[in-house]
Design a protein around this ligand. Structure first.
Ligand code: SAH
Length: 262
């Protein structure tokens, strides 16, 4: 059956067999894992993932038409969930041995990633394997003092070790998108900074990066009202700009912010 791709749902299907195989090879046969796939589309990647014989595979697809196609195509070993991943709350499907795959709809890819960084129920999983538009991946991977360093790099690094697997040209997709893509994996860190409420890390990074060209003196004053103790405790150089402040300092700032708002 010919499928008409819906732009509004970011439907660009990955059709390059070599790449599909490469992505599915991130699963070791002997791993005894469960898989969740976000946005399976018509199931190209799903087919390859099934060959890895996971204990269980769940797919979450928003488009009802695709859900119908998927349920005809796959008969067993697969649970098809017709839902919007951003509204999906049944977190019981995520377990310690779950690998979550997604050739994500690019208009909401950062929101989806944040959902897995800041999850209220603190559900567990083994790894994320997500495809992003290349520019977004560059922002996620960026390190301090680079122009792509952003909120998303800081949030991601709080929770995960990120790894770039491969860049993928736009002609591996159908319909062909205007941008190239990058596949990243995210592995939860064993030890992370503890926050009372991880949303506070979002709040803090928002305040800084909403004025990314200004010196940090301004947001620091805004948040801490020039509190000298905090400035000297964290050895803050107020002449820096948000892009020059390292991950740990943002985490420390969040901890101090939480003490203040207690
Ligand atoms: N993984 C497939 C399709 C990628 S396109 C492939 O590579 O061939 C993105 C997919 O995400 C589409 O199937 C689209 O319908 C689905 N999608 C879009 N928004 C979604 C949402 N909010 N929740 C779940 N799936 C969504």
């Amino acid at each position: 059956m010919k499928i008409r791709a819906k732009k509004s749902l970011g439907q660009n299907f990955l059709v390059d067999k070599n790449i599909l195989k490469k992505i599915s090879n991130l699963v070791n046969l002997e791993d005894n894992i469960e898989i969740v796939e976000i946005g399976p589309g018509s199931g190209y990647l799903t087919e390859y993932l099934l060959k890895k014989k996971p204990k269980k595979i769940y797919v979450i697809e928003k488009d009802e038409n695709l859900v119908e196609i998927l349920s005809k195509k796959f008969e067993e070993n697969i649970e098809i969930i017709n839902s919007d991943i951003l509204k999906f709350v049944d977190n019981k499907i995520f377990k310690q041995n779950t690998i979550i795959f997604g050739n994500l709809p690019y208009n909401i890819s950062s929101q989806i990633l944040v959902k897995f960084i800041i999850n209220k129920n603190d559900f567990k999983f083994k790894k994320l394997v997500f495809m992003f538009q290349k520019e977004m991946a560059d922002r996620i991977l960026a390190k301090v003092n680079s122009k792509n360093y952003s909120r998303l790099s800081i949030l991601t690094n709080w929770k995960f070790d990120v790894k770039k697997i491969i860049d993928i040209k736009s002609n591996s997709f159908s319909p062909k998108p205007r941008v190239d893509s990058t596949l990243l994996t995210f592995t939860p860190k064993k030890i992370i900074y503890k926050f009372k409420n991880p949303n506070n890390l979002e709040i803090i990074t928002n305040i800084f990066f909403n004025q990314r060209r200004k010196k940090i003196k301004k947001p620091i004053n805004q948040i801490f009202r020039g509190n000298e103790k905090i400035i000297s405790k964290l050895k803050l150089n107020l002449d820096l700009r948000p892009q020059n402040v390292d991950f740990d300092t943002y985490f420390d700032l969040t901890v101090e912010f939480e003490k203040l708002t207690n």
